[in-house]
Design a protein around this ligand. Structure first.
Ligand code: CMX
Length: 389
């Protein structure tokens, strides 16, 4: 490629490949390197996962980590925004019980828009950061039969408040908070091209409001090849039934022979172990090394990698973020995997909201990115006419 302005050339073979790798725009909050994984505004995720979650939210929105004073002011601002509209909560309770938690979440986001939007992307983004944990905790409580939604406490941080509002029966609050704090930071953002973020940005480019855009992005996250893989991944680890390397290898080989994927392994962009998986393996080794499912996930880390490498065709035979997140959630009492994608969404809404604010209010000198309008080439549509009498 001699012209430095040419970033990518498209051949016919690249059509219908899901825009894989096509550069379509810029992202100010995060980046994904095939070898080293995700970074937020230049910081590798390994530097950030144990910070105060609000400091990382601040970084995604304002592109710098806050000073102690800025962090305190930001935490206090978010606390001031807490308290989702009561009308949205009341409407949530009327949703069909049979819906998947993600279907409730998608509807819940549009309810927040109907009852509480300001119409300003930056304001709605920060309100969403404050309200989404309340919405998700309410979905957990109503759908799990744990009782009425619990109101937020203004003296608690975002994740501590979420744990309080979950009111999970028999919870080990300390371990639950520890796992959810890191889960929240690890899942916040992952570049602009992942399906949910891309969808949210595309929908906002037509000037749909923040909540409608987030609802659309969460519909994208709902797919089993995207966010719902974390639910399938825990079910996969459960089905292995052993942590013995010989038994696990037999299971993985049989699984592949029957045409199924090994959940928690592979990635569209990464070509190494996802650092978010590395961090979670270390957390599991610290808090639940003897947990049977975590032990299985640990064995899969090496055994599945070996078998997938031998297979030859898998571009990334290493664990992705979903390889172990479910086993940690399960180990701290969140045993119903149907809710895992909602937890992913709770976190990811932060990065998507920050990217929508950047795209609508900052890019192109504040003019915002134009409405998305890619081209689809006509296929099997030779011109023809309807003969009329
Ligand atoms: N197990 C078995 N086979 C796999 C595989 C896996 N984990 N990952 C890839 N392959 C196969 C593909 O099915 C494909 O086979 P065919 O050529 O026969 O169609 C071949 O290897 C090449 O695929 P690839 O280019 O390496 O992977 P893709 O970019 O097409 O797909 C992904 C990426 C994540 C969908 C895929 O690796 C997969 O299905 N993994 C299991 C599900 C999973 O863990 N998803 C979570 C993703 C996490 C995230 O997106 O953040």
């Amino acid at each position: 490629m001699s012209d430095p302005a040419v970033l990518f050339t498209i051949t016919e073979a690249e059509l219908d490949t899901g825009l894989r790798g096509f550069p379509v725009g810029t992202c100010m909050s995060s980046d994904v390197d095939p070898q080293t994984g995700v970074s937020y505004v230049g910081y590798p995720i390994g530097d950030l996962y144990d910070l105060e979650p609000e400091a990382v939210v601040y970084l995604l929105f304002y592109k710098e980590l806050p000073t102690a004073e800025q962090l305190e002011a930001f935490q206090s601002e978010l606390r001031g925004r807490m308290g989702m509209p009561a009308e949205a909560l009341a409407a949530l309770k009327a949703l069909p019980a049979s819906g998947h938690p993600m279907e409730w979440f998608i509807n819940g986001l549009t309810l927040l828009g109907m009852t509480g939007k300001t119409g300003k992307y930056d304001q709605d983004a920060l309100n969403a950061v404050a309200w989404v944990p309340e919405l998700v905790a309410a979905i957990f409580r109503i759908k799990s039969g744990w009782g009425e939604p619990i109101a937020p406490r203004k003296d608690l941080g975002l994740v501590e408040n979420f744990v309080h509002m979950l009111g999970m029966p028999n919870a080990d609050t300390e371990r639950l908070t520890q796992v959810l704090r890191s889960f929240y930071v690890l899942h916040m953002d992952h570049g602009g091209g992942n399906l949910s973020t891309f969808t949210g940005r595309a929908v906002a480019s037509g000037l749909a409001d923040m909540y409608a855009s987030l609802a659309a992005s969460m519909a994208a996250l709902y797919g089993p090849l995207h966010g719902r893989a974390n639910q399938d991944c825990l079910n996969f680890v459960r089905s292995v039934g052993s942590s013995d390397p010989v038994e696990v290898e037999k299971f993985v080989r049989a699984n592949i022979a029957s045409g199924k994927v090994v959940y928690g392994f592979g990635h569209a962009v990464l070509r190494n172990e996802d650092p978010r998986a590395t961090i979670q393996y270390a957390l599991g080794n610290a808090i639940c090394p003897a947990d049977p499912l975590f032990a299985t996930a640990n064995t899969l880390r090496t055994v599945a990698n070996k078998v997938l490498t031998e297979l030859g065709k898998v571009k990334n035979p290493f664990p992705n973020v979903d390889a172990v997140s479910g086993t940690l959630l399960n180990a701290v009492g969140l045993t119903d995997s149907a809710f895992y994608t909602v937890l992913f969404g709770l976190s990811r809404c932060t990065g998507i909201a920050a990217q929508i604010v950047d795209e609508r209010l900052k890019m192109r000198n504040g003019k915002g990115v134009a409405i998305y309008r890619p081209d689809y080439l006509a296929l099997n549509q030779p011109p023809r006419r309807l003969e009329k009498a």
